[in-house]
Design a protein around this ligand. Structure first.
Ligand code: ATP
Ligand code: MG
Length: 461
């Protein structure tokens, strides 16, 4: 929980008094204002209901029988809007039984008329104590939840720390987030963590893979359709976006979203409303959009495959996940984390990795990033027979991995330049086409690598 939340100025306790008897209202109002509470009043049921709908009161003191609206209606509405609101029923002698009944339905207590100031002070004081307690409990629950959500992102490298700090900073924001990074770098994990630590965490987290669907299907799935929108549409259907109202929608592989869909999505982002397929009536939606891609969206914009206006709207906050080989210091802790996860799942008592194994794990290039590391550890756990994971337990391509054991068939004579080109291509493949890492392994600077790539036409730039 961020520190500024705790230092926020404390608001006075807000109280609503509802009674059709003006004298009771006046007396209570006078008494409670004097103590320093914020007080609003209502003398009829409808007025009270609309106040409850528009505000969140800490405490409501309400007459049981007002008019066609009763104290129980107010109790029910207040509790459904804010379960922490304490409701105190005011009652005449004759209806004490009903007041007791009301406490069974969630009222905090009841006050009997005629109003006695001491009793009011005492009962309202108890309600305030209760309120503070439940607020504190909720804060603690929030803190635990937030910490728990963060526990999923493992890593102590500066880059990962930076990302965790950024996620903390945006806890209170609804801004759209764009996550970029290669396959297996943790984009979905970060998206889920952002949702789980955000104000929208009570809402749904809906993940949608834009690459997995055919264009028409995407429209129907996402935006729903009206009755008779097409042959076979026998009834209205709400789309996924509507069903995620007040939550987060995660558009995975956003770079693959068809252009027609991008236009529809822009409307959602800009106007906060959508049109169902075949519909003309806009439907309001309140969603936070997190998108992810391993493509260069700017590049897609410049070639007309992605709408620039949508790109700007989605990219309010940008998080870039580095390759695993750019944060090698995280490999031991991630390996230990996956060892624990899979060891427990396979009910194996494995305590760690041999030094040689850890050396290999740290040196490997991980073209598949963290997902590949997890697969490797999972494989090793299933192979392991002893208490530690040894080199033999690792998948073959990894235990044989060595940037210097480069084997090529020798039946054909090649020029040095050709061999160099093939070797560069092979190293690039090993490190997931990460040029800085390839250049480092090859012992040349990035500019030389680019020059060589250009010469070999492995890359146009
Ligand atoms: N920092 C991390 N700590 C712990 N586990 C991680 C971390 N980053 C990624 N993982 C795990 O690695 C796997 C791959 O992560 P994820 O699915 O989020 O990657 P991705 O970037 O969405 O990949 P793709 O582009 O292929 O969809 C998941 O099992 C995830 O839980
Ligand atoms: Mg993913």
């Amino acid at each position: 929980m961020s520190a500024d939340k705790k230092t926020k100025q404390e608001q006075p306790v807000s109280i609503l008094i509802v009674d059709d008897d003006d004298i009771t209202v006046k007396r209570l109002e006078h008494l409670l204002l004097k103590i320093g509470f914020g007080v609003q009043t209502a003398s009829d049921g409808m007025g009270a209901l609309s106040l409850v709908r528009e505000n969140t009161f800490d405490i409501i003191l309400t007459d049981l029988m007002i008019d066609e609206v009763g104290g129980l209606d107010i109790l029910e509405l207040a509790k459904s809007r804010s379960p922490e609101t304490e409701v105190i029923i005011i009652t005449g002698y004759a209806s004490v039984d009903s007041a007791i009944e009301a406490t069974k339905k969630g009222a905090f207590h009841y006050l009997q008329k005629p109003i006695r100031p001491d009793e009011v002070r005492h009962i309202v004081g108890q309600a305030v104590k209760n309120l503070k307690l439940s607020k504190r409990v909720r804060e603690l629950e929030d803190e635990i939840e937030t910490e728990h959500a963060f526990a999923g992102i493992i890593g102590k490298s500066p880059k990962i720390q930076e990302i965790k700090t950024l996620i903390r900073h945006i806890e209170d924001s609804d801004s759209n987030v764009l996550i970029t990074g290669e396959s297996g770098t943790g984009k979905e994990l970060v998206a889920r963590t952002i949702h789980e630590t955000s104000r929208k965490r009570q809402g749904t987290f809906l993940a949608f893979n834009c690459a997995a669907f055919h264009e028409d299907l995407v429209a129907h799935e996402l935006f729903g359709h009206e009755k008779d929108a097409f042959t076979g549409a026998s009834s209205v259907r709400a789309g996924l976006i509507e069903s995620a109202d007040k939550g987060t929608v995660f558009f995975d592989e956003i770079g693959d979203m068809p252009l027609a869909m991008q236009a529809k999505l822009l409307r959602v982002v800009q106007e906060r409303e959508l049109l169902r397929v075949g519909g003309t009536e806009p439907i309001p939606v309140d969603i936070r959009i997190i998108s992810a891609t391993n493509k260069d969206l700017k590049e897609l914009c410049s070639t007309g495959k992605f709408r620039q206006d949508l790109y700007f709207r989605l990219n309010v906050i940008h998080i870039h996940l580095p390759y695993l080989c750019e944060r090698k210091e995280d490999i031991p802790i991630l390996s230990a984390f996956f060892l624990k996860r899979h060891g427990r799942r396979m009910e194996k008592q494995i305590t760690g990795f041999s030094a040689e194994t850890m050396k290999l794990l740290t040196e490997y290039g991980y073209p598949g990033n963290i997902r590949e590391l997890e697969n490797i550890v999972e494989h090793a756990v299933s192979m392991a027979r002893g208490k530690t994971i040894r080199v033999e337990d690792l998948p073959g391509d990894l235990s044989e991995y060595d940037a210097f054991t480069f084997h090529q068939p020798t039946s054909q004579i090649k020029t040095l330049e050709e061999i160099e080109t093939e070797y560069i291509a092979w190293v690039l493949g090993k490190v997931g086409h990460h040029k800085s890492e390839a250049a480092r392994l090859l012992g040349i600077n990035r500019a030389s690598l680019y020059r060589k790539l250009k010469r070999a036409m492995l890359e146009d730039g």
